[in-house]
Design a protein around this ligand. Structure first.
Ligand SMILES: Cc1ncc(COP(=O)(O)O)c(C=O)c1O
Length: 400
């Protein structure tokens, strides 16, 4: 048998998909599981967006497009992204891909060289694809700890200390997966202040949850003085318009747009033309359904945080955005004799019928940060009430 590359064998993954497979297997055996695993809206894509896709198919607009995307979508994305962030993005700065996710890899590929010792700083806990792509592209991962005491932000002094002459890219994510945390304006200004001292650093601003903010304001690093030219704004249709499976994302950066376009020519050729026409409607069409979905997430956030704080041994900050809750379960683990959050997660799945993810699915636990689990509250109120009641009963029953 020919050898499989070291790169492929050591490639990381998103454990949400691994746990989801476990949940599906249990459900096939007839087990009743309430699942909070997967980070995708549980709504249908709004009808006017569906109609735009059907129209595109019927009108024969389903062939290849330019790798950067159709002009209509690049224009719509440039308008929408500029207005949301208060920056000046031109249609030529925008590149369209099959989701926001591919831009993580394209950005690392475009800003670091394989095996050259180039470093990428990224949040821990964080979206697991950051670390796996940094490693796969032959760059050096440099995690920076998000601290519960700081509302799940990092200390800008820690950032300053993590930067070396080899640092090429900083990944920021606000609102954040998995904590739901938001980077407030004062923190963003402090980050920009540090970055202005290091001109060699690009910033990947993962802003896929930018329109799902419930407290305070969404602020982009690119809106800070001197940051726009070196910021890669990553955004897309998945979360705001319930379009995860349509695979449609867009990123903007004037200097790197030609590189991104070329990577896309080398890989996916272009995003689905049908999804691109649908995304034009998502961005330019009526927003009432998107707003209603956001308001529903907001109400669910309030519900799940209230219920979690009533569970013995659990405390949960109120996350400002996205659709994730990240409660501290250190005391709950102690109460039931679970060695850590991963043991608790497995017991919740098998003994209480509730599926969540553990903190270690989002990177190694930072020192002193305790145990956490992640809930995606893209689930109905009934599922939230039922699931949290099962957890509370389980902990009460098991407490030693
Ligand atoms: C932080 C973050 N970035 C990017 C993505 C990928 O989004 P898309 O569906 O647009 O590829 C996700 C999806 O879960 C995410 O949580």
């Amino acid at each position: 048998m020919p050898a499989i590359s070291q790169r492929a064998r050591t490639l990381g993954t998103e454990n949400a998909f691994v746990v989801l497979a476990e949940v599906n297997a249990l459900q096939r055996q007839g087990r009743d599981i309430v699942s909070f695993c997967i980070g995708q809206p549980d709504f249908h894509t709004p009808k006017h967006i569906q109609d735009a896709a059907v129209d595109a198919i019927r009108a024969g607009r389903h062939g290849y497009t330019p790798s950067a995307g159709i002009v209509e979508l690049r224009e719509a994305a440039a308008r929408n992204m500029s207005a949301l962030r208060g920056v000046d993005i031109a249609p030529d700065d925008v590149v369209v891909a099959a989701g926001a996710k591919p831009f993580i890899g394209y950005s690392i590929l475009s800003t670091t060289d394989h095996g050259a010792g180039d470093e990428v700083i990224y949040p821990n806990p964080g979206f697991p694809i950051y670390e796996s792509q940094i490693r796969a592209m032959g760059a050096v991962p440099v995690p920076i700890a998000l601290r519960e005491s700081r509302g799940f932000n990092f200390d800008p002094d820690e950032l300053a200390r993590a930067i070396t002459p080899r640092t090429k890219l900083l990944i920021l994510n606000s609102p954040q997966n998995p904590t739901g945390g938001i980077i407030p304006r004062a923190q963003m200004e402090a980050i920009a202040e540090v970055l202005r001292r290091h001109e060699q650093i690009w910033v990947y601003a993962d802003e896929i949850y930018a329109r799902l903010v419930y407290d305070g304001e969404f602020v982009s690093i690119g809106a800070m003085p001197g940051m726009h030219e070196r910021t890669i704004y990553a955004d897309g249709a998945s979360k705001t318009w319930a379009m995860t499976g349509w695979r449609l994302g867009f990123a903007a950066c004037r200097a790197l747009a030609p590189q991104f376009t070329n990577w896309i020519t080398n890989t996916e050729s272009c995003a689905s033309q049908i999804s691109q026409w649908a995304a034009v409607q998502a961005l330019d069409g009526p927003q009432d359904e998107a707003i209603a979905m956001r308001d529903t997430f907001h109400r669910r956030r309030d519900l799940i945080v209230r219920l979690l704080n009533d569970v013995p041994g659990v405390t949960c900050q109120s996350p400002g955005g996205a659709f994730y809750a990240w409660p501290n379960v250190t005391e709950a683990c102690r109460m039931i004799g679970a060695a850590d959050s991963e043991v608790l997660r497995a017991r919740l799945l098998h003994e209480a019928g509730v599926a969540v993810l553990a903190d270690i699915h989002f990177g190694p636990r930072p020192d002193g940060e305790g145990q956490h689990i992640r809930f995606s509250y893209a689930a109905s109120n009934a599922a939230i009430e039922n699931g949290i009641a099962r957890i509370a009963d389980f902990i009460r029953r098991q407490t030693r």
